[in-house]
Ligand binder design. Structure first.
Ligand code: GLP
Length: 261
């Protein structure tokens, strides 16, 4: 695991934007796994700005989002499809048919989960997967207890996750009780992973993800099995990492050996 500790959320967003822009300039036809939530919004804004400046094109990109609420039609204002359109897709040149979000309103959710896995495989698998993290250590909507080999399926949301996401809905009662989500196994199949986290509310989850035992109780800890994962955090989210000084030193050494980009 590469752990990058930066000063603040703006620096975290810039780090992620630089990584994505460099990747896309090297190879414009890539399969990107994308995430929702508050954390990636600033990254998406920076990608939109880079696109407007002519620094990057998403015209050959295919995207797969991690998850969608069960029962929300794509046009629902709080759906993750609406979120992605508003925060990124409406403002860049990715062809809309190349963008995929699981259909949470599907009548047969098991069939939809299977179809989604098939679509990812048909696209050649995910080259670069972006992740956030829940306060309980969830990635996508893989709540504690999720099988570490799980594939796309329906998961029931915890009370804490529903509470945390209520800000995107009119009231807590409006937050769906379950979601269709890529599994941990699906995520671990990605060739490269970038997890972003900011703020002190994520500090315990980040410490458990990076330094805790690998356990289904902290789904993000499964990333310790992945060979090419970067965790990028601000100082507040890094506050409970025991080896923070080492990660800073390792990153400085890395910059010395492999100057970026
Ligand atoms: C939701 C999403 C996750 C995201 C998490 C954290 O539960 N399904 O993919 O990582 O929220 O969101 P935020 O970035 O708003 O803290």
């Amino acid at each position: 695991m590469r752990v990058v500790i930066l000063s603040d959320p703006a620096a975290v967003a810039q780090f992620a934007a630089d990584e994505l822009v460099v990747r896309l300039r090297r190879r414009p036809a890539q399969v990107l796994g994308l995430a929702t939530g508050g954390t990636p919004v600033e990254l998406y804004q920076r990608i939109i700005q880079a696109h407007r400046r002519g620094d990057v094109s998403l015209s050959q990109v295919t995207t797969f989002n991690l998850d969608e609420y069960v029962g929300l039609a794509p046009e629902h204002p709080a759906s993750y499809r609406s979120f992605m359109n508003a925060q990124l897709f409406d403002h860049v040149d990715v062809p809309r048919p190349n963008t995929h979000v699981p259909l949470g309103a599907a009548s047969d959710l098991a069939a939809e989960a299977c179809r989604y896995e098939g679509a990812i495989a048909q696209a050649g698998g995910i080259d670069w997967q972006l992740l956030g993290i829940g306060r309980d250590g969830h990635i996508a909507f893989n709540e504690p207890g999720s099988s570490l080999r799980s594939r796309t399926r329906v998961k029931t949301l915890t009370a804490q996750t529903r509470q945390d996401n209520a800000r995107f809905f009119a009231s807590l009662d409006d937050v769906p009780r379950s979601a269709l989500t890529m599994g941990i196994g699906t995520i671990l199949d990605a060739r490269s992973i970038l997890l972003m986290a900011t703020g002190e509310s994520k500090a315990a989850a980040i410490a458990a993800c990076v330094e805790g035992p690998i356990t289904a109780s902290v789904p993000a800890s499964a990333l310790q099995w992945h060979a090419a994962t970067t965790i990028v955090v601000d100082r507040a989210a890094a506050a409970q990492l025991h080896h923070a000084a080492y990660y800073l030193e390792a990153e400085a050494e890395r910059q010395r050996l492999v100057p970026s980009p």
